[in-house]
Design a protein around this ligand. Structure first.
Ligand code: XMP
Ligand code: MG
Length: 189
């Protein structure tokens, strides 16, 4: 079992340090401050992965905004997309005529983001944009704009800073690549 293992036992290598992520938040926060000046956006965190990035990002935004959360599932408990998406926990705010900014941890195939954007547009939002910490651009299966992102990332399974494996390891304070044997332990279980 991997359960109980220490961070050093499960991470192969670090991809983005705490400083790297802080720099992303400062840069993106500045841009969002400019782009949303005079508006009062509704910032919608995609649960659960976005919460770590969202709290750092929004503290770099000098623009009055409101927060909400949306939990849609696409990955079940594993690490491969099922392609099926459903709302698990809906937002509480009315998005009609609002400028909505979805905050995501990572956009991979784009299926989840497209589902969220379409849902929010259908409900009458004035604008819907997305700010993601990471963009796995090469893995895209649907055409969807990631309007703002911290960094591109290759096709590696990453964990930490909100990103999970089997709903674990979100609390790792940086983004790293899991050791292949950690994944294997569960695949072969
Ligand atoms: P799609 O494929 O719909 O996926 O763009 C978006 C969601 O899938 C999760 N995801 C990952 N989670 N490491 C993770 O911990 C990864 O490398 C990864 N790739 C996709 C993530 O929850 C994202 O919101
Ligand atoms: Mg997610």
């Amino acid at each position: 079992m991997v359960k109980g293992d220490k961070i050093n036992d499960i991470i192969d290598h670090k991809l983005f340090s705490e400083d790297d992520i802080h720099e992303m938040c400062v840069r993106l926060g500045k841009q969002l401050t400019e782009d949303y000046a005079g508006k009062r956006p509704l910032v919608v965190g995609a649960l659960k992965g976005a919460i770590y990035f969202l709290t750092d990002l929004t503290r770099q935004m000098d623009v009055a905004h409101q927060l909400d959360f949306l939990d849609v599932s696409s990955y079940g408990d594993g690490f491969e997309s099922t392609g099926k998406i459903k709302v698990v926990t809906d937002m509480s705010a009315d998005v009609k005529d609002r400028d909505v900014l979805i905050v995501e941890d990572i956009v991979d195939t784009g299926l989840t983001l497209k589902f969220m954007k379409d849902l929010i547009k259908k409900r009458g939002a004035k604008s819907v944009k997305c700010c993601a910490m990471l963009n796995k651009e090469a893995c895209r299966e649907v055409d969807v704009d990631v309007d703002y992102y911290g960094s591109k990332v290759g096709n590696e399974f990453v964990v930490g800073f909100g990103l999970d494996f089997l709903n674990m390891y979100r609390n790792i304070p940086y983004v790293g690549v899991l050791k292949p044997e950690v994944i294997q332990k569960y695949v072969n279980k």
